[in-house]
Design a protein around this ligand. Structure first.
Ligand code: HEC
Length: 157
């Protein structure tokens, strides 16, 4: 694991500044056959991609799995049985207090919508995929919802 610590704090501050000047004020629908459409409104995506709440236990497993989100590659998370956590991104303990479910969902779907230079992968960015042969988002709609459900439980730090 690299020890180099990118200045995500400054990047995050820039993202927050962008939020406050209304960079996320627009509204649009994203549609793709066989993929769940979503609508970005304000600072997040309010409606679950699957239309219902996810399973936090499965979300925890996806966050940890190398073949899943592998979120722990870049984030410390309260998953003590996992020996190595990266520190490229912020510690996600307490993220459920800092961000709403809608805001967490948008950050997983497409972090670059919040912060153009974000290093975090867009896990469910579906716009433009029709131009890519066999284009698929990194995670399925259900996976994203399970992650949102799990991160929303990370409170009280
Ligand atoms: C390659 C590194 C990387 C990976 C992998 C990664 N992230 Fe991130 N994440 C970041 C960085 C860096 C930030 C800080 C903001 C930014 O740059 O977009 C961030 C920010 C976040 C935030 C906002 C946190 C806050 O306090 O504002 C959430 C939520 C998040 N990530 C969730 C996830 C989840 C869930 C996964 C796995 C599906 C994941 N991340 C995978 C790098 C990563």
């Amino acid at each position: 694991m690299s020890r180099r610590r990118p200045p995500w704090g400054a990047a995050l501050a820039a993202g927050v500044a962008a939020l406050s000047v209304g960079a996320l004020a627009e509204t649009f629908d994203v549609r793709e056959p066989s993929l769940a459409p979503y609508r970005i409104e304000g600072t997040g995506i309010a409606r679950p991609l699957t239309g219902r709440a996810g399973d936090p236990a499965r979300g925890r497993a996806i966050a940890r799995a190398r073949t899943g989100g592998h979120c722990i590659l870049c984030h410390a998370m309260p998953i003590p049985e996992e020996p190595a956590h990266g520190d490229t991104g912020p510690d996600l303990a307490g993220v459920g207090d800092r961000l709403s479910g809608a805001e967490i969902r948008l950050r997983i779907v497409n972090p670059k919508y919040v912060l153009a230079e974000s290093m975090m992968p867009a896990y469910y960015r579906i716009e433009g995929l029709h131009r890519v042969a066999a284009g698929r988002p990194l995670l399925g709609a259900e996976d994203v919802e399970d992650l949102v459900a799990y991160l929303a439980t990370l409170k009280g730090r």
